[in-house]
Design a protein around this ligand. Structure first.
Ligand SMILES: *[C@@H]1O[C@H](CO)[C@@H](O)[C@H](O)[C@H]1NC(C)=O
Ligand SMILES: *[C@@H]1O[C@H](CO)[C@@H](O)[C@H](O)[C@H]1NC(C)=O
Ligand SMILES: *[C@@H]1O[C@H](CO)[C@@H](O)[C@H](O)[C@H]1NC(C)=O
Length: 399
């Protein structure tokens, strides 16, 4: 509490000051002033945001909101000028005005100004930055199928703010292979940056899922899966072209097939006149095991149980798809088991083929000398030479 004498002195001073200078004392009419800076906001599209403008000593002046870049007056006091239902202004009946922007859109970004109509006017500015998570634009689905040696181009257009980066990857972290110069040059990468992925001289190993991943730091990151398909004539390879097995044993003929698009795979028998039997079907004697290796390769192993004399001969593993047909042959021949060092319980090796011995017949009377050579030689000769030898031996046997 001031003593009343001091109060009287103040009034006196005021009176004198007005009298002398002709101006009102400062306390009675202070200029409006901002109490804090207008904020800067970074907002995800669709969210709400507000700017806060705090003004003291406003007296008869008004607070207005202006979009600086377009110079559009948005609001004066709490009266909306802009015809934008997403904008509103609130006032706390004291010194605080808030400009609310609901469901923020990309075109709301820019500089906002809180202005007081003094002369000269007083203002402060804040920046609204609108960010948009990435999105992958639906484009016409691109051709992602080619024949081996052809080209494939995948494109992925992404939108977002800031503009997203597009990265390509393969599933299982398999490498992306770029081939140039007629396929002679290869560049192998884990990922590739760019909206368009161009694969030329494609090989079957390029087949599979590719992902385009768009990111701009604003979650969520989005991705799209593409499926690259490479077509080629089937390739068929039997593990062994010559397989020897004793009567009564089980033998497995192994066939490895690569094909795309999907192929019809089967085993056939071929008789002496090159006529092909019907497709072999599973039955108590035959078992066909089909095992997938990858998208375009598989094993198709034929097991013939308890070999009978009529089971020897030529077997054909065949694969046919839209691009063509390929086959590979196995010649299954009989071997005798009563030779030195080849016990009935031991698996036989013939050109790297293996068989499982089972229910072996009792030792034969006739010692098959030629077969003894086969046993020995098959472990050392390449299959081609062995085939030749076998043909000669057969010829010798028939005369
Ligand atoms: C807003 O951003 C501008 C320019 O980037 C900067 O000068 C200003 O200080 C920022 N305001 C606040 C409150 O951070
Ligand atoms: C801003 O964008 C919204 C939504 O896209 C639209 O409705 C509005 O008309 C746009 N406003 C201006 C001033 O362009
Ligand atoms: C067929 O044989 C191959 C080669 O030995 C083997 O890897 C594959 O697992 C076999 N498939 C089946 C179904 O037995």
């Amino acid at each position: 509490m001031f003593p009343s004498s001091t109060k009287a002195a103040w009034w006196l001073a005021t009176f004198f000051s007005v009298f002398v200078t002709g101006e009102m004392p400062i306390q009675a009419e202070m200029e409006p002033e901002f109490l804090q800076a207008l904020e800067n906001h970074t907002v995800t599209q669709g969210r709400d945001v507000h700017f806060t403008c705090v003004v003291n000593h406003l007296s008869n002046y008004r607070v207005a909101w202006i979009k600086s870049d377009s110079k559009a007056i948005l609001a004066i006091h709490t009266n909306m000028v802009a015809l934008n239902p997403r904008l509103s202004v609130t006032y706390n009946n004291h010194n605080t005005w808030k400009l609310h922007v609901s469901n923020v859109q990309a075109n709301d970004s820019g500089t906002y100004m809180c202005q007081v109509n003094t002369d000269p006017m007083k203002s402060q500015m804040g920046y609204l930055s609108v960010v948009i998570p990435p999105d992958i634009v639906d484009t016409v689905s691109e051709e992602s199928t080619a024949q081996e040696g052809g080209s494939i181009r995948l494109t992925c257009s992404a939108t977002g703010e800031p503009p997203p980066t597009v990265l390509w990857r393969r599933d299982h972290n398999r490498p992306i292979v770029f081939r140039h110069d007629g396929g002679r040059e290869r560049k192998v990468v884990d990922s590739y940056k760019g909206e368009s992925l161009e694969l030329s001289h494609v090989q079957r190993t390029d087949m599979g899922a590719y992902y385009c991943i768009a990111s701009n730091g604003i979650p969520p990151t989005v991705s799209r899966r593409y499926h690259v398909e490479v077509h080629f004539i089937p390739q068929v390879k039997v593990t062994n072209q010559l397989v020897g097995a004793p009567l009564g044993s089980d033998v497995e003929l192994q066939c490895y097939i690569e094909a795309s698009p999907k192929a019809m795979n089967s085993w056939y028998r071929e008789d002496g006149k090159s006529l092909v039997s019907d497709k072999l079907l599973e039955n108590p004697k035959l078992r066909i095991l089909d095992s997938v290796v990858n998208e375009y390769s598989r094993w198709m192993n034929l097991t013939i149980k308890s070999l009978a004399p009529g089971d020897y001969g030529t077997y054909v593993c065949a694969s046919v798809n839209a691009l063509g047909k390929m086959e590979s042959q196995v010649s299954l021949h009989k071997i005798e088991l009563n030779m030195n060092g080849f016990g009935a319980e031991e698996p036989m090796v013939s050109g790297a083929a293996w068989q499982r011995a089972r229910n072996l017949p009792s030792a034969r009377a006739r010692p098959a000398a030629s077969h003894a050579h086969q046993y020995f030689l098959t472990q050392h000769l390449p299959p081609q030479l062995y085939a030749l030898l076998l043909t000669v031996l057969r010829y010798v046997n028939t005369i």
